[in-house]
Design a protein around this ligand. Structure first.
Ligand SMILES: [Zn+2]
Ligand SMILES: [Zn+2]
Length: 572
């Protein structure tokens, strides 16, 4: 069974309960279960078969009620609570919540007053200015909803890397089981690690393309076969993602990989360089007259053009070719360079696991340290800690630290930056912490100037060490708030603050282009998973890919530093 599917069910229940006006803590329990189950590393059906309900209940955030619903889903393929909710509320209503600027109260109000059941209904009503006449609404909020719908449409068909990459890896792993496959690799924007992609391209070398095509179109993930040919086939997955595979000759693999990885701009620039050297470049190879001079590996293609090898993540024609001509491409960050994860939530606030288990997992990953950063007091819905709880928590972590060898747990906090730019704890309490992550979780719709001032004021308190998810965006769900990031990065430089690159796949925030800006300004980037459960520690890889797209090297990343250097950085 697909864990993500059961995650979706609980997410939907949460949304519909929210619209119904259910207690927010109950609603969040569903959302949390959804999040944890979707990324849970072991197949739920397997757990259930081996250990029954008891096994399910061992999963963090899974109580009796949720466990019974998982059992029901495994046995019947559905959950009756969801069906009942959908009888009361039209299922399209939950879609309304995906429109930025829409909340459950509004969704319910629009449904009851205007019979709005879908995003199309919503758009029509907004265009006819019917929304602004309702209680609590105005022209501004109506406009905001229209903008939100536009944002959604713009993002349609764009798939987050966090979904595309695991899917590509899954398909590759399935096909690799065939003995007929020689080489197989993902190409296109997935290989370049773009934050959102349109489709997945996979390249294969084999002597029996027909067998491969037969297997490909019968994979479990396939919903629809668009085309099946000798050298190319296309399918649509059950999630609506197009996947193309091409079977090519072994001797052309490098040329094809380079060609289909792109970007288009990068390839055009390569072609210009080839022409200047009297060469021609295509998906089949580099040729001089009739003779093929390079085609089997990408390394050889770049070499024959007089270029250093260029990592896929920076093939955007943004200066990488010029540097490759001089053999000056920097050595980009590798995941093995990461020494710790500095933004982790435990059960103390809204995380799912105990700190002891997180430590064990991070030691297994080869980390030297981690940072625990629970939410601060005003963020009550996320289990923010009041002063007393935080002091107890600090003491608990310090005790754990004393017992650890060759591993250190930094005790920090993800402290809300309030609307006026002040921090959510007083200085005295902040001084008790090893480090502070400053974070915006409220009032996203401030004007650009005000938002910039708000964050800079927080930076100027000299208490913030890391600025969390600096644009607040959620890919495909929420636009970044308006903020002058260039100004923020300058302030970060002046006050020795690191910019977080939050690796949660929907965030990837700091965006890649601003990673580069931070690097050029000499501001360190800190790649954190913001994990709320052990499974989510794996998100580090998405952060590293994004950092590579931003040209970051080991030296540019705060959590590549050793323990001593990090202690120094936090000292201020
Ligand atoms: Zn946060
Ligand atoms: Zn967080």
């Amino acid at each position: 069974m697909d864990n993500a599917k059961i995650g979706e069910v609980f997410n939907k229940i949460g949304e519909l309960l929210e619209i119904e006006g259910e207690n927010i803590f109950r609603v969040r329990a569903y959302y949390k279960a959804a999040q944890i189950l979707s990324s849970y590393p072991v197949d739920l059906e397997k757990i259930y078969k081996e250990k029954g309900i008891k096994g399910l209940r061992e999963i963090p955030s899974v109580g009796e009620g949720i466990a019974l619903k998982i059992e029901e889903y495994i046995k019947t393929g559905k959950v009756s609570q969801l069906e009942e909710l959908e009888k009361k509320l039209p299922p399209g209503l939950a879609d309304l919540l995906s429109v930025p600027g829409m909340g459950p109260k509004k969704a319910k109000q629009f449904f009851e007053k205007l019979k709005i059941r879908s995003i199309d209904d919503l758009e029509k009503a907004a265009r006819e200015h019917k929304l602004c006449k309702l209680e609590g609404m105005g022209e501004k909020s109506e406009e905001k909803i229209l903008k939100g719908i536009e944002f959604l449409k713009k993002g349609k068909g764009k798939i987050p890397l966090g979904i595309a990459l695991p899917l590509a890896n899954f398909i590759i792993a399935e096909l690799k089981k065939m003995k007929e496959i020689d080489k197989i690799a993902v190409a296109g924007s997935v290989r370049r690690g773009k934050e959102t992609i349109r489709d997945i391209d996979i390249l294969i070398t084999s002597d029996s393309p027909d067998k491969i095509m037969d297997r490909f179109i019968k994979l479990d993930v396939v919903r629809e076969v668009l085309a099946k040919g000798d050298t190319k086939s296309s399918i649509i997955t059950k999630d609506g993602i197009q996947v193309d595979i091409r079977v090519i000759k072994p001797e052309c693999f490098g040329a094809a990989l380079s060609y289909f990885t792109g970007s288009k701009e990068h390839n055009i620039h390569l072609r210009e360089i080839a022409i200047k050297k009297g060469l021609k470049i295509s998906e089949y190879g580099v040729t001089k007259g009739d003779e093929v001079v390079a085609s089997d590996t990408e390394e050889n293609i770049y070499k024959i053009l007089g270029l250093q090898y260029i990592p896929p993540e920076i093939r955007e024609d943004k200066g990488e070719i010029e540097l490759a001509l001089k053999y000056q491409i920097p050595k980009l960050l590798e995941e093995s360079d990461i020494k710790g994860d500095l933004h982790i939530h435990t059960r103390e606030s809204d995380g799912a696991d105990e700190v002891e288990d997180i430590i064990l997992e991070c030691q297994k990953r080869g980390y030297e340290y981690i940072g625990i950063a629970e939410h601060s007091q005003s963020l009550k819905v996320a289990g923010g800690l009041d002063k007393k709880k935080l002091l107890n928590h600090i003491e608990k972590i310090r005790k754990i630290n004393k017992k650890l060898k060759n591993f250190y747990v930094f005790i920090g906090s993800e402290v809300d930056i309030k609307t006026d730019g002040s921090l959510d704890y007083d200085d005295e309490l902040l001084n008790e912490l090893d480090f502070v992550i400053g974070s915006i979780h409220t009032n996203f719709s401030m004007k650009k100037d005000d938002m910039t001032k708000r964050v800079i004021k927080a930076i100027k308190t000299k208490k913030v060490n890391i600025l969390a998810h600096p644009t607040g965006r959620l890919l495909g769900e929420r636009e970044p708030y308006e903020i002058d990031l260039d100004e923020i990065i300058k302030a970060a430089k002046d006050y020795n603050v690191a910019m977080e690159l939050n690796a949660y796949p929907k965030r990837l925030d700091l965006p890649d282009v601003y990673c580069k800006v931070a690097k050029d300004e000499g501001v360190l980037v800190c790649i954190n998973t913001d994990a709320h459960s052990i499974g989510e520690l794996n998100w580090m890889s998405f952060g590293v890919i994004t950092a590579r797209r931003g040209w970051l090297e080991k030296k540019d990343v705060l959590n590549c530093k050793g323990l001593k250097d990090l202690l120094n950085f936090f000292k201020k």
